[in-house]
Write a protein that binds this ligand. Sequence first.
Ligand code: GLP
Length: 240
Amino acid sequence: MEVIIVKDNQEAGTVAANIIAERIKQNPKIVLGLATGSTPITTYQTLVKKCQEDNLDFSRITTFNLDEYKGLLPTHEQSYRYFMNQNLFDHININKAQTFIPSGIDLQDPEQYDNSIESAGGIDLQLLGLGVNGHVGFNEPGTSFDSKTAVVDLAQSTISSNSRFFSTKEEVPTQAVSMGLASIMNAKEILLIATGSNKAEAVYHLVKGKVTEQWPCSILQKHSNTTIIIDKKAASLLEK
Ligand code: GLP
């Protein structure tokens, strides 16, 4: 695991976007795995700039997002489809028909999503954020390392932390559809970003902790091509 320590989230976004842009130039038909949350917003802003100012070409890429809230329509302002359109897809020359996000509504056969990823040739580069409790995607502590895409229950702490985005408590989703840990580990390369002191404990378990299902992120220690970009605050427990 390569660890890159940066000053802040802005710099993390620049470093991550540079790596992603490099990979797109090397392989214009790359399959990217994408993440939501506040952490990758600066990465997406930088990618938008690279498209608009430097003609970085997204026209032939394919994307698969990690997760979606159960029950939210793509038009809901808190859906991850809405987030991706707003933060990235609406501002770059991507073919939206080639952007995939698990459906939060049609929950018949979630594992079909893994088949779609496989049919596209697998994910070349997976971007990840990190939950305060070590979740990746929406794979909460206790999720099997063998998990594939599934409907999952959100941890109470995740529900509380997400409640800031909804006007009433009742609206906050308690379940989601998420790529599993095995789905994520299948990616050829992984790029995880974590910034802020509230991520320091999870970052410790990601880099130095025991590999345990209690800290889902720890499975990434077993991936042979993972880079993590963290700021000084998120790295604060690593030196001790
Ligand atoms: C959500 C998402 C994760 C994300 C995490 C951290 O739970 N499903 O993919 O990594 O939030 O969010 P943030 O980046 O806002 O801290």
